[in-house]
Design a protein around this ligand. Structure first.
Ligand code: NAP
Length: 309
């Protein structure tokens, strides 16, 4: 099957790109690996997306995005993309799971990023039995218990706040004494009675037994002392790695693997665009993903005009 454009990923960037493409009359396929919404599905509340002065739940915003797209004739395909490669006649060929495939004149990559792991002893062993990367999905299992959150970015701060409303106590463990997450979250966390902020410490080992995790051992970066924090759950938010494994090698990336684009979202191969968290950029927000998606679609439409000329 040949499409004008294939959009990979159905988070805010991908849904916006598909919406703009199809509204302009481009034959569009949207390839979705999981439920529409991307990372907002694992975000409890979004307070900084304009139009929702009292915040909106992540899943609610995802549903609204999805319902909006459902009004238009976008071809929605389920499954992972295994590879994208330039093919004959300036086309791209996409290999999908289960032996499926398609061709497209333009491709917009909106595959986002995945949670990074700490890589310490016990992380794998207690995965799903204490170790989690999604407070919204798993927080409720720890109602009335003590948990740790690791990281100092917006994800860690926001999810620590969410957990503080459910669990008995939250230990927020961060490796420095200043946070890169927003001041508003820091202020709320400092005001919360059941949050203890443990700074300049790095987790060294997650410990437990047959029933699951029991504690996390952290090492102080000031004096090397080890402290064992009793907690039945640990939520790890130490950054994101780009979901870029299916892209051609020649696509330019930054040292962390995020795709380098120009301001119009053109990647280093003509006809290939990137939008949202997969892009090399500083500000990763739902708003910026939506903006990237619209910009990429506009650039792809102009590329298609020349392609068809
Ligand atoms: P992030 O901003 O990259 O923060 C990662 C945090 O983990 C940093 O504080 C980092 O410490 C720490 N860290 C990294 N490796 C570590 C290790 N091995 N051990 C211990 N700590 C480690 O990642 P994020 O919080 O997942 O956010 C990703 C992007 O999404 C950001 O652009 C963020 O602003 C955005 N986001 C926005 C919102 C919002 O606005 N509501 C919500 C969630 C995410 P250092 O600070 O010392 O480097």
């Amino acid at each position: 099957m040949l499409y004008d454009a294939a959009v990979i990923g159905a988070g805010p960037a991908g849904i916006t790109a598909a919406l703009y493409l199809v509204r302009a009359g481009a034959g569009t396929a949207l390839i979705e690996n999981s439920a529409p919404g991307g990372q907002i599905l694992s975000t409890a509340e979004i307070e900084n997306y304009p139009g929702f002065p009292h915040a909106v739940k992540g899943w609610e915003l995802a549903d609204l995005f999805d319902a909006h797209l459902a009004e238009y004739p976008v071809e929605r395909l389920r499954g992972g993309v295994l590879s994208v490669r330039p093919a004959e006649g300036r086309l791209f060929h996409l290999d999908l799971e289960e032996g499926k495939g398609l061709d497209a004149k333009a491709v917009i990559v909106c595959s986002g990023a995945q949670h990074r792991k700490l890589g310490i002893p016990g992380e794998e062993e207690f995965s799903g039995r204490g170790v989690s990367y999604c407070a919204v999905c798993d927080g409720n299992f720890y109602r009335g218990r003590d948990v740790a959150v690791v990281g100092g970015g917006n994800s860690a701060l926001e999810e620590a706040l969410y957990l503080s409303r459910i669990v008995r106590k939250v230990y927020l463990i961060h490796r420095r004494d200043t946070f890169r997450g927003a001041q508003i979250f820091q202020d709320k966390l400092r005001a919360a009675e059941n949050v203890e902020i443990v700074t300049e410490c790095v987790p060294e080992e997650i410990r437990g037994g047959a029933a699951g995790m029991e504690s996390v051992a952290v090492r102080s970066r000031r004096d090397g002392e080890i402290r064992v924090i009793a907690a039945e759950g640990i939520f790890i938010y130490v950054g994101m790695d780009p979901a870029n494994g299916f892209l051609p090698e020649e696509v330019r990336r930054d040292p962390a693997g995020f795709v380098i684009t120009d301001a119009e979202m053109n990647a280093s191969i003509p006809g290939l665009f990137a939008a949202g968290d997969i892009r090399s950029k500083h500000c990763r927000q739902v708003c910026t993903a939506v903006g990237d998606g619209a910009t990429a679609a506009a650039a792809a439409l102009s590329y298609l005009e020349h392609w068809n000329a």
